[in-house]
Structure formats: structure tokens, C-alpha cells
Design a protein around this ligand. Structure first.
Ligand code: MLT
Ligand code: ZN
Length: 445
């Protein structure tokens, strides 16, 4: 693309071999060859890119580390990918304000480590936390096991710096949890997948770093006994910082083909629970907890040291990659239902009759339903199965994505099943903020 050649403060890639890497993320969908890839190193590059996009009629697609699960960063027809990996800026922690500033390019791992170096905690922990970039987690409102207690990325953002369609970067929000001068517009950009503008940096809220953890491996005699447990725990005043699970099919796969540590996993189904409040290692706390868990469990184990805790988490963290290696054509979904409806969801899933295995974040009802034979089924069957799954989640008061987003992968389903008023409002906002449709065209709506 000749018009991009004089772009200031930027690296330009246009060799087809270089562009190839941008056609994939961690979803099952593929992008369309982009016109070029630009790695901006300063605001002048973005200003000029926006001007050219409007003048020449091409779209701009934001990209962080490419670890997204819904194709939100994949190029569509006539687009230029804006790869933020060279975007400048340092992580700056402000312990007095319990916050930090970080550029979109900062690895999430570094953001979390910078907070911890000050005895502080940034809770969002998507499975890709060691390889993803902060910008992508903001654009997709990433979740993770800790969302069970701490909520999603959006709950930890005080302010965002956003590239808008005037080509300038604007700040929405301040470095304080209290900011009530009108609606919190910054929130509009979190989870927007870049359709209203691109987040280039953010001020993130921090909490004191939890110093105690109780981590339990909870095998159950009967899989269905797990399903009421999140609700019962919450009802009894226990809020786990994570409540993860493997259904019998995933557990059997792990046991038969997983790493050494997974081969010994007990139970018909299994949960991993973690608590991190002060006193969670005390006898009184554990006794109260075991009163609730004891009757459903068979051989419950409490991690006695950090090493054991990390071993338990290592098995959970590798499950997605493990299943992908075993079933390369699988499609991994991300529905959510209120935790009080979990039992109804699994009954409904059985009635649907599609071959699925499920694991994920039981504590907040966010379930990774994996259709293992998806890529091998006859054309159309996958879509039918997915729509059945999404409809089931929606019918129970849930939604089709708990943490991965809509992107390209779930756009059609979102348009078919989403609340019409919600979609119309998104379209009105898109028209107001990006009338020429240059920001991430073809995504979400
Ligand atoms: C996980 O929690 O392991 C991921 O969000 C699921 C996935 O990779 O599909
Ligand atoms: Zn997940």
C-alpha cells in the first residue's frame, strides 16, 4: 500500500509472508489477507492512519498479542492491521492511589508483576495471562478464574486512553474509584473489541495482594453433586476466588492422556476451589468449609504448600491446550448461565445430544463447552449445534460469551440471538462514534 509508505513513527509490513501470521488468533476462525500491517510507535502514526483510512476507505483492525478466542483481531476485507506491540510507554505504579498506568502493549504478566512488586494485586487472570497483552484484555474485557470473586477486567479499569475517529487520543476517567461527573464513558470501550476506537493505555485499579490461600482439589462421587455447590457456597457466605471444574469426560481424557500430574486425578468429576481472604487457612474457616464440601466429596485434598498449589493450577491451566492438541478440530465455547441455573443447563445440554465435553469456571457459571468433533461433522451441523447451545444459555438467562467476546466467531449468533434493543443501541453508538466505519469493521455487530 503505497499511501502507507511515508507513515511517521511506525513499522510497515506488507510482505505476504509477514502478513500470514496475522490471519490467526486462538479461535477457530481465520481472517482475510490485510492490505498491510502497521506497528505504530507514537500518536503521529495513529493520527495519519486514521486520516488515510477515512480518505482511502479502508478499515483498521487492532491487534495485541493475538491470543484472543473469538477472532476480534483478525483482518476483514480491505483492512490494515494496527499491531500495538511497539506502542511506547512504561508501567507506572501509584501505591497511594492504589492504581497503575500501563500502555496497551504491556504484557499482562508484567502488569501483574509490577503491582505485586508493591504488595498490590491486579486480579484479571485469563488463561493466556503469561502471553497476552494488556490492550487485548481491555478490548475483550477478559475474565479468568479470579472473576468468580473479583469480576472481569472492566471492574479494574479507572481510566482509558482511546484513539477516536478524529485521529486523537482522549482520556476517559480519572485515577480514583469515585468519579461520577456523568456516565462512565470509558466503560464503553472495554469489551467493545475496538469497534468504537482503540484503547492505547489504561489506569488500572489495584487491591492489596492476598497473602493467604487455601486451595482444594475436590473430587466428587457424583458429577451432578457439583452443580449446586457454587450457589450453596455463596448462600453460606463463602466466596471462592476461583471455582473451576472438569466434567467426567474431560477428567477421563486428562487421566488417560494428560501429563503425569493429571493421571492421578480422582473422582467422577473434579473441582478446584481457592479462597484468598485473610484467615482462610484457619481451622475455623476450614471446618466451616469442610462441613459443606465433605458430604459430596470423595478424597478431598487441601494443598499444604505453594508448590502443591501451583501443581494443581498447572493442570487446570494446560487443559485448553491439551484438548486442542488431542482434538485439533474442536470448537471451544464460552457460554455463561447464572450459577443458580447450572443444573438446568447441563440437563438441557444432554437433551441437545451434541457430543460435548465441558470444563471451566463453574463458580461464576462460565462454561467452556467443547465440541470435539466439530470440524469433522457434516457442513451446517456445527452451526446447528452451536445455535442450540447458545439458545439454551440465553433461555436460562445467560449469554453466548462469558469472557471471550463476539469478534468474528460469534457475530452471526449474536445478531440472531442478541436483544434487538441492545443491538440497535450498539449500532447507534457505532454510527455516532465511527460514522465512516473505520474501526474494526465486521466485528461484533
Ligand atoms: C480457559 O479458561 O482455559 C480458556 O478461557 C478456555 C479456552 O481456551 O477455550
Ligand atoms: Zn476461561
Amino acid at each position: 500500500m503505497d499511501v502507507l509508505k511515508g507513515l511517521p513513527e511506525a513499522t510497515l509490513l506488507s510482505d505476504p509472508e509477514d502478513l500470514e501470521a496475522y490471519l490467526r488468533d486462538e479461535s477457530h476462525v481465520r481472517g482475510t489477507a490485510p492490505l498491510a500491517v502497521v506497528k505504530p510507535r507514537g500518536p503521529a502514526a495513529l493520527r495519519e492512519l486514521v486520516r488515510l483510512a477515512k480518505a482511502e476507505g479502508f478499515g483498521l483492525v487492532p491487534r495485541g498479542a493475538g491470543t484472543g478466542k473469538a477472532g476480534g483481531c483478525l483482518p476483514t476485507a480491505r483492512t490494515v492491521v494496527v499491531d500495538f506491540s511497539q506502542w511506547p510507554g512504561e508501567i507506572a505504579v501509584s501505591p497511594q492511589d492504589l492504581c497503575l498506568y500501563a500502555p496497551a502493549s504491556a504484557p499482562l504478566r508484567d502488569v501483574k508483576a509490577a503491582a505485586e512488586a508493591h504488595g498490590l494485586f491486579y486480579p484479571p487472570d485469563p488463561n493466556s495471562w503469561e502471553s497476552c497483552a494488556l490492550g487485548g484484555t481491555l478490548a475483550t474485557n477478559a475474565g479468568g478464574p479470579n472473576a468468580c470473586k473479583y469480576g472481569m477486567t472492566r471492574h479494574w479499569v479507572l481510566a482509558v486512553d482511546v484513539l477516536l475517529e478524529d485521529g486523537e487520543i482522549h482520556r476517559f476517567g480519572i485515577s480514583s474509584v469515585k468519579a461520577n461527573a456523568g456516565p462512565a464513558l470509558g466503560q464503553l470501550f472495554i469489551g467493545s473489541e475496538g469497534i468504537f476506537g482503540f484503547i492505547v493505555g489504561a489506569t488500572l485499579r489495584l487491591a492489596p495482594l492476598p497473602r493467604e490461600h487455601t486451595t482444594l482439589l475436590l473430587p466428587v462421587k457424583r458429577w451432578s453433586d457439583l452443580l449446586d455447590l457454587p450457589g450453596r457456597l455463596c448462600g453460606a457466605g463463602f466466596l471462592p476466588s476461583a471455582f473451576e471444574f472438569f466434567d467426567p469426560a474431560v477428567l477421563a481424557e486428562l487421566r488417560a492422556h494428560g501429563p503425569e500430574a493429571a493421571r492421578r486425578l480422582p473422582g467422577e468429576a473434579l473441582a478446584i476451589l481457592e479462597f484468598d481472604e485473610r484467615g482462610c487457612r484457619s481451622d475455623a474457616f476450614l471446618e466451616g468449609l469442610l462441613d459443606l464440601l465433605g458430604p459430596v466429596s470423595e478424597g478431598l485434598e487441601v494443598a499444604t504448600d505453594e508448590r502443591q498449589r501451583q501443581d494443581i493450577w498447572a493442570v487446570r491451566r494446560m487443559t485448553s491446550v491439551f484438548l486442542k492438541e488431542r482434538h485439533p478440530k474442536k470448537v471451544s465455547e464460552d457460554i455463561v448461565v447464572p450459577r443458580s441455573r447450572l443444573r438446568e443447563f447441563f440437563e438441557g445440554l444432554e437433551r441437545l445430544g451434541c457430543p460435548a465435553v465441558t470444563y471451566g469456571h463453574l463458580g461464576d457459571g462460565n462454561l467452556h463447552v467443547n465440541l470435539l468433533a466439530a470440524g469433522e461433522t457434516e457442513p451446517g451441523l456445527l452451526d446447528t449445534q452451536l445455535m442450540g447451545l447458545f439458545r439454551l444459555a440465553v433461555s436460562l438467562g445467560g449469554t453466548l460469551s462469558g469472557e471471550h467476546g463476539i469478534g468474528l466467531a460469534k457475530r452471526e449468533a449474536f445478531l440472531a440471538l442478541g436483544d434487538p434493543a441492545h443491538i440497535q443501541t450498539l449500532r447507534s453508538l457505532k454510527q455516532a462514534l465511527d460514522p465512516q466505519g473505520i474501526f474494526n469493521p465486521g466485528k461484533v455487530i
